[in-house]
Design a binder for this molecule. Structure first.
Ligand SMILES: Nc1ncnc2c1ncn2[C@@H]1O[C@H](COP(=O)(O)OP(=O)(O)OP(=O)(O)O)[C@@H](O)[C@H]1O
Length: 875
């Protein structure tokens, strides 16, 4: 089936399909590599790791720490703080994969170097290293100047569109996860694609707009940064996307009688997308390389919607400024012990729930794990010993698992009964789910352990995989081969004695096989039965009839032996593949338990509370904190603040807060912290607050900061207005809206007018729960006009020669901005500051701005009759 790529395939792009690690060829020895070589010579067992974008800083320290303390420690030189730590004590060789994949999941890049010798010799000789190193696992692509390009992942997706309706199917080819969904707004589709960032997206040719939209570098209303790492393909034939064809393909592939059992019987677009994707996978992924899990269907309306700006502004998975993991919400709350847990946490944080029952099941489990420290720690200790079962099983199913993968899988499976019995001490839902470990898994672990040696070699065809005593034929062949090998081992001594040549040697190389080596000075002593095989400068190489015979026997036996070992191994591997579905179900339960143990640990150490979830519109946060800023400051430095929002009929709580305060007082921080607390609660986590009672939100909107979008030629103001329009068009009374400095990108009065009308619209027309941070103190007037609006300010203390930021949010409006003071602190020349003060006085004197809606909106928020003019400004 022909596919058209939206961009020509770039040969430098790693082929994500075939590998979750890539071979890198460094063409020259960069300074980084030189340092690496030095370190490696000193500490030969070091595993070097470095943070994304922080390559040079970290690897040296890590190497040192590993060799001294048997731990991988990642420390930022910038802050001096530890970023990640993994114990290495007693880690068997094959566990490396598990550790590295776990680190990669957490956003680290890991380099495992095998051929240091070559590199170090080359470095000493000042040569370039041609084919250097390396197995490299990165969440992105590492260029040879040490830069890390953004993450490419293992997702492939297919999309079908009919008007505003669409169906989406995607698969994670490393785990075999295969899911489909459908919905009826294009915005939702693009949000899903942005969440997944698929490597390849397949669309039918009847959706040219989508192909254009997905093209790298393309911008669109819904897809601000597009999908820079996605390749978009359109399928020339529509047939695989037709409903009947797709149905048939799905039923065949998953061996089911009806689509109802897969939950997508009624979702024709989801089915069509899944059909198209199946076809694409079969044709491009060589089928064997992908072992798909059973199809799952999910419903987008089950999740809180976080649009692209909100994910970015709340810094959920990466920071706004540097685009790095360190400093994001995920960084602050990720205490998972397994790679599967890491992936699940990422899903949870990007898809918070709407269903109170589901949220409370997570809260219940965390509560139990908080209250029962022993239970949590016992579970975590075991979880740390469990490798990435999900991916290992995926590889077993697709026939790509190595012997080491199977041993790692067996090690993990054999931990599950112990995990289940610890979980049995608990009563909460997610611990119960851990208790059902099907006995077949223990049998499978025993089978693997019984067949494979503890530390099998990397290459499957080199033999040495299978234990003795498992297969009589194998034992017999090994016995015969060992007799010949013993004969060869003794040959040197025997021939020295027979010929009287004391420096005679027996050797082997791949091209010539076994040989007897005699130096040139002794060739006259060579017996008649030797036949010459090869001549070198200083030696002659010979063989004998018997040596030839033995050699043939040894080599044939070795080949047969290796083949037999491989066959036995492949049989065990396919037995594992047959149980893939069962293992994956268990691995999902393990991942969820891991996430909850991690969240419980965060809750204990950061003193988080369990929020009460309600169906009301109330948002009540007592002494809340920003989870990341709090963690970054020394203990006790963060000033907690409360928040009350969501007016109910009888309650005096505002829908909209106007938040004022000087620059750098903490307005943005407060805004974000309310958003993050709501998000954390709905993803099932405890929250950084003394107490919280939170009504479910359907969406969180944010509009923070002002950045030019040079790529699309949009000005600061236009970006701001586009984002604001999106909020006003989509927010509902159930939404949480966080606005920071609306109207700043234009002339003062235009900006103020827009800010006023946006606030008013949100408070009266939409009645969304809103926090509106602003430097326009005139907006405080709104609170005296609308009874669902309240004023809050972030306080500062004025001393004779400085202002002290108290970071406290209190009722009332600020009347000063201290902008000139901020300029002074930033180092503007004193003469400029003095002049600014003079100018300000002049402006204040001459331009008395009286803000008030004399007409237009009554105190109860209802509009007066149309046609009456708003008169806001009086100069
Ligand atoms: N509650 C708090 N406790 C301690 N420190 C805080 C608190 N809130 C904010 N800060 C610190 O103050 C700094 C400035 O905060 P923030 O960016 O929120 O100010 P702002 O009022 O939005 O400023 P601007 O109006 O200039 O955008 C933050 O980087 C943070 O370190």
């Amino acid at each position: 089936m022909p596919y058209t790529a939206s961009t020509p395939t770039d040969p430098n792009q790693p082929n994500i399909r075939n590998a979750d690690y890539r071979l890198l060829e460094f063409t020259k020895l960069t300074p980084m590599m030189q340092r690496y070589v030095e370190v490696k010579e000193q500490y030969p067992h070091a595993l070097l790791l470095f943070r994304v974008g922080d390559f040079f800083e970290c690897f040296f320290q890590d190497a040192v720490t590993i060799s001294q303390e048997l731990e991988l420690v990642c420390t930022s030189k910038e802050s001096g703080k530890e970023i990640g730590r993994v114990p290495m004590t007693g880690v068997p060789h094959h566990a490396l994969d598990r550790y590295t994949s776990m680190l990669v999941e957490k956003g680290y890049a890991v380099v495992v170097c095998d051929q240091v010798e070559d590199a170090s010799i080359a470095a000493r000789e000042g040569r370039q290293v041609k084919r250097e190193i390396t197995r490299i696992l990165t969440p992105g692509t590492l260029t040879d100047d040490g830069m890390l390009k953004p993450r490419q992942n293992n997702f492939l997706a297919a999309v079908v569109i009919a008007g505003e309706h669409w169906g989406l199917a995607y698969t994670d080819i490393s785990t075999g996860e295969f899911v489909t969904t459908q919905a009826d707004s294009l915005e939702q589709l693009t949000l899903e694609l942005l969440r997944l960032q698929p490597s390849e997206v397949l669309v039918p040719t009847n959706a040219p707009d989508l192909v254009t939209m997905l093209r790298p570098g393309e911008k669109s209303e819904h897809l601000p940064d597009c999908l820079p790492n996605s390749f978009c393909y359109s399928l020339r034939s529509q047939i695989p996307f037709s409903l009947s064809e797709a149905k048939q393909r799905i039923l065949q592939k998953f061996k089911v009688r009806s689509l109802e059992g897969l939950g997508c019987g009624h979702l024709s677009l989801a089915v069509r997308a899944a059909g198209g994707l199946l076809q694409y996978i079969e044709e491009t992924q060589k089928e064997k390389a992908v072992s798909l899990q059973r199809l799952h269907t999910y419903t987008l309306t089950d999740f809180l919607i976080l649009d692209y700006q909100t994910r970015r502004n709340l810094e959920i998975t990466q920071t706004v400024r540097d685009g790095v993991f360190h400093g994001s919400l995920l960084w602050a709350i990720d205490k998972t012990s397994t790679a599967m847990g890491g992936r699940a946490l990422r899903r949870w944080v990007l898809q918070p729930l709407l269903n109170i029952k589901g949220i409370c099941a997570r809260h219940d489990t965390i509560q139990e794990l908080v209250e029962n420290n022993g239970l949590r720690q016992d579970l975590q200790q075991l979880l740390r010993q469990i490798y990435d079962i999900e991916r290992l099983t995926g590889r077993a199913g697709s026939g790509t698992a190595s012997a080491r993968d199977l041993v790692a899988l067996a090690d993990s499976l054999s931990k599950l009964p112990a995990l289940a019995s610890i979980a049995a001490q608990g009563i909460s839902p997610y611990l119960k789910a851990l208790q059902n470990v099907p006995p077949i898994l223990e049998e499978l672990a025993n089978t693997i352990h019984a067949h494979l040696v503890d530390e099998p070699p990397i290459h499957l065809k080199e033999g040495g995989l299978i234990r003795s005593g498992i297969n009589p034929m194998l034992d017999e062949m090994r016995h015969t081969a060992s007799a010949d090998q013993e004969w060869i081992a003794n040959l040197e001594a025997t021939e020295r004695k027979r010929t009287g040549i004391s420096n005679l040697k027996v050797g082997y190389n791949k091209a010539f096989g076994y040989y007897i080596s005699i130096t040139k000075s002794k060739v006259d002593q060579v017996p008649k039965d030797y036949t010459r095989k090869q001549t070198l400068t200083n030696e002659e190489r010979y063989s004998t009839e018997e040596l030839k015979e033995r050699e043939v026997r040894i080599l044939t036996a070795r080949e047969d032996l290796n083949q037999l070992e491989y066959d036995i191994f492949a049989k065990v591997r396919s037995e594992v593949g047959e149980q893939a579905e069962i293992i994956r179900n268990v691995s999902r339960a393990v991942a969820a338990a891991d996430v909850l143990c991690g969240l419980a640990e965060v809750a204990v150490y950061q003193n988080y509370c369990r929020p009460t979830m309600t169906e009301s519109r109330e948002i009540k946060i007592i002494e809340g904190c920003h989870p990341v800023v709090e963690k970054s400051l020394p203990p006790g430095f963060f000033v907690p603040n409360s928040a009350f929002l969501g007016r109910e009929k009888s309650l005096n709580r505002p829908d909209l807060i106007i938040l004022t305060g000087p620059n750098a007082s903490g307005k943005s921080c407060y805004l974000r912290q309310v958003g993050l607390i709501q998000l954390m609660a709905q993803m099932g986590s405890f929250v950084p607050a003394k107490a919280a009672s939170l009504g479910i939100c359907d969406r969180i909107f944010t509009r923070v900061g002002a950045v030019d979008d040079l790529a699309t030629g949009q000005s600061t103001f236009m970006v701001e207005m586009n984002e604001t329009a999106n909020i006003l068009n989509h927010a509902t009374p159930q939404s949480l809206v966080l606005l920071d400095e609306i109207g700043r990108g234009t002339a003062t009065f235009d900006g103020l007018s827009i800010a006023w009308s946006v606030a008013e619209y949100l408070a009266t027309e939409i009645r969304a729960r809103t926090i509106f941070a602003t430097h326009y103190h005139e907006l405080n007037e709104l609170a005296s006009i609308l009874d669902n609006v309240a004023n809050y300010q972030v306080t500062v203390k004025e001393l004779p020669d400085q202002i002290v930021f108290l970071h406290q949010v209190q009722p009332g409006g600020a009347d000063k901005s201290y902008g000139i003071e901020a300029g002074r602190l930033a180092g503007l020349p004193p003469s400029v500051i003095d002049r600014a003060r003079q100018v300000m006085k002049q402006i204040e004197k001459h331009s008395k701005i009286a803000i008030g809606l004399r007409k237009g909106v009554k105190k109860d928020g209802k509009k007066e009759s149309e046609g009456e003019q708003l008169d806001i400004f009086e100069g």
